[in-house]
Design a protein around this ligand. Structure first.
Ligand code: NAD
Length: 374
């Protein structure tokens, strides 16, 4: 039966993980393969399908129906859409609902949605009865390219983004690129920021490929999306397989995220993750250029590639809160933020390790400048 899944997928990427390697199936029209994927990689009679209340009625319900038709007992749970729901409160409601439904350790969580859903439902799976398997069915460009792969799960807290969470690798990931047709165009575009990031840190050819295909990607052309998602997942998989728990090379995936997360937190998460990371990538490239570490012109190339994907205008945030969030970043040491810096597009600078300490004045200057628009 699993041979049929491999045949149906345009690409299958194996991701190495301590708990066992897992496949990421990528291609158009893959949702029908979900029951077969479950029986091969996360066999369980009872399934909790978790979606937000926008994706739930469109894709969550159709996933649940397929699983019921295949003989599973399904508990279908939703939460209000948006980053504001990626909280301990949502986690407690979902886990209480699962307990009420009597789901035992032999259940599996199927997360159907964007990155908020894969992070939140992944954290539910990581902690429910000390851990049950999770299968991700990402429905946003960002979740397909990035959030569903690598096993990072968690929630946001007042002090900052993703500050409470766990590593919990999925048992399998099913990426059906036809579901992107229902995602707003602007969100499809923003999700591609992370694909450009993968190219910027690791592979200049990938960066150029995403730039060249931007129009068909934003138009949700399923085969082009499958090609680019698979290539991006392959780059991320190579990195996380080497360093699942972020002691070394995985830190490079945080390029653009030190400043990006600070902007998101200061904006109370009313700004899209992709837009915040785009600001972060520009600011951190400027930072590197200013320090003589990043090749001159890198920020301008990033700006050219990112401009069709997201709003470049002023971001409405409180500067003091952004600085506080910067100091609370997970990579900070002694309250000083640390940054992944590029050498050039396709390569990260490693002069002093994966991250560089930068003095507060310099960091605040690039933060303030990018918040004003780029
Ligand atoms: P999201 O999950 O909030 O989705 C954005 C919006 O699009 C939501 O309103 C959602 O309901 C809607 N949506 C999603 N798919 C849809 C579809 N196919 N049709 C119609 N509507 C759809 O946000 P996101 O941008 O997908 O993800 C952002 C989150 O991902 C952030 O919390 C970020 O921290 C996280 N993230 C995690 C990792 C990781 O490694 N764990 C990596 C990158 C980002």
């Amino acid at each position: 039966m699993i041979t049929a899944v491999h045949e149906a997928a345009r690409d299958t990427i194996e991701v190495g993980a301590a708990a066992g390697a897992y496949p990421v199936f990528v291609g158009p029209d893959l949702l029908d393969q979900l029951p077969a994927v479950l029986s091969a990689y996360a066999s369980a009679h009872r399934v909790a399908v978790i979606s937000d209340d926008e994706v739930g009625p469109i894709h969550g319900a159709s996933v649940a129906r397929r699983l019921v038709d295949a003989g599973h007992e399904v508990t279908f749970l939703t939460f209000p859409a948006g980053e504001a729901s990626k909280t301990r409160k949502s986690w407690s409601i979902l886990t209480d609902d699962m307990l009420k439904a009597g789901l035992g350790r032999d259940c599996v969580v199927v997360a159907v949605g964007g990155g908020v859903t894969t992070d939140l439902a992944g954290f539910v799976a990581a902690t429910y009865l000390r851990g049950v398997p999770v299968v991700h069915v990402p429905t946003s460009t960002l979740a397909m390219i990035d959030a569903s792969v690598g096993g990072k799960t968690g929630v946001d807290v007042h002090a900052g983004k993703n500050l409470v969470g766990a590593f919990h690798a999925p048992s399998a990931v099913v990426v059906d690129t036809t579901v992107l047709a229902t995602l707003e165009r602007a969100r499809r575009a923003e999700g591609l920021v992370e694909a450009l990031k993968h190219g910027a840190i690791r592979d200049e050819a990938h960066f150029s490929m995403v730039m060249e295909r931007t129009e068909s990607l934003v138009a949700a052309e399923p085969m082009t999306c499958a090609e680019v998602v698979a290539a991006s997942v392959r780059l991320k998989a190579e990195i996380v397989a080497q360093d699942e728990f972020e002691g070394g090379v995985r830190q490079m995936l945080n390029f653009g995220h030190t400043i990006g997360h600070a902007i998101e937190a200061a904006a109370d998460y009313r700004i899209g993750h992709g837009r915040a990371v785009a600001c972060g990538m520009i600011a951190e490239a400027r930072l590197g250029e200013g320090l003589g570490i990043t090749e001159t012109g890198t920020a301008a190339r990033l700006s050219e590639a990112l401009a069709p994907l997201t709003d470049r205008g002023r971001v409405d945030v409180d500067g003091t809160r952004a600085r506080q969030a910067l100091a609370a970043d997970k990579k900070s040491r002694d309250g000083r933020p640390r940054f992944v810096l590029l050498r050039r597009i396709g390569e990260v600078a490693r002069d002093v390790g994966w991250t560089h300490e930068v003095d507060d004045d310099t960091a605040h200057a690039v933060l303030d400048a990018v918040v004003g628009g780029w």
